[in-house]
Design a protein around this ligand. Sequence first.
Ligand code: NAD
Length: 311
Amino acid sequence: MLKRNKITIVGAGNVGATAAHWAASKELGDIVLVDVVEGVPQGKALDLAQAGPIEGFDVSITGTNGYDETEGSDVVVITAGIARKPGMSRDDLLKTNYEIVSSVVREICSRSPDAYIIVVSKPVDVMTYVAVKEGGFSRNQVMGQAGVLDSTRFRAFLAMELGVSVEDVSAFVMGAHGDSMVPLVRYSYAGGIPVERLIPKERLDAIVERTRKGGGEIVDLLKTGSAFVAPAVATIEMVEAILLDERRILPCAAYLEGQYGVDGGYVGVPLRLGAGGIQEIYDISLSDDEKAAMKVAGDAVKELVAATPKG
Ligand code: NAD
């Protein structure tokens, strides 16, 4: 019998609810939206379901405060977490999100041991590690979303600079999410032409810097809250790659064992994503500067992992 895909999204906040919207509109599978706040996942699920007849998406959307409905999920997206509040240290935030993500993973692993887990909660590289450690999942099953978002921001800025279609710009960002991300100018093209031939160095440097600070730019504009549409779309691109076995090459946080000089820990790298989750990690050649930046990213993630209760 043909089985419908089941996608669980934990955290029905801005990123989670928007990811549910995109997953529904692409009819990737039935959706279960989980949150701790009573009524919120149920209300958002019902609202989304009522858009189905107009848009013609024919999937079931369930909101819940528990996990029984998530049983047998094919993909689980974790967006549960809190944002840093005034007066809260980075370590306090790390510990709080550590507790949240560990508790979520404990609920998921017994009910959906074969699911692919995409971690979005921040700090994403660390929370991805927490998910593997707490859930007993294999390494091909668990990955973090950050590089797809950073890359789409980089591509958008390059397309704006050149005044060309975003469809013609390919580029990607490796490393950790945040200051130690590594946008790869050398591997960026517009219509097959290296962008270094089209954009002067000082403008490219400014675009790289804007990409690094892409999240902060939106926080400064919104004043309360952070980006959620591009993060949700980036996450659903990964969900789609797995469920449809698209064999996409996407930059995702994966566990490295020596690749790029990082031994142990999750860092964003280009990999092939499809049926079975992470199918292959590509170990491409980097310049000395890029290698040094990857080392900084790997060290920064290790330092944060060490600061978690089980680090
Ligand atoms: P949000 O505050 O809108 O949503 C978070 C939701 O998680 C809330 O609805 C909250 O009730 C829920 N939650 C808290 N504890 C929970 C638990 N134990 N179980 C289930 N749900 C729980 O935040 P958001 O803007 O949607 O962001 C979600 C997370 O994603 C944050 O950690 C944010 O920093 C991160 N994020 C990551 C990226 C990325 O590219 N990796 C991009 C944007 C945001």
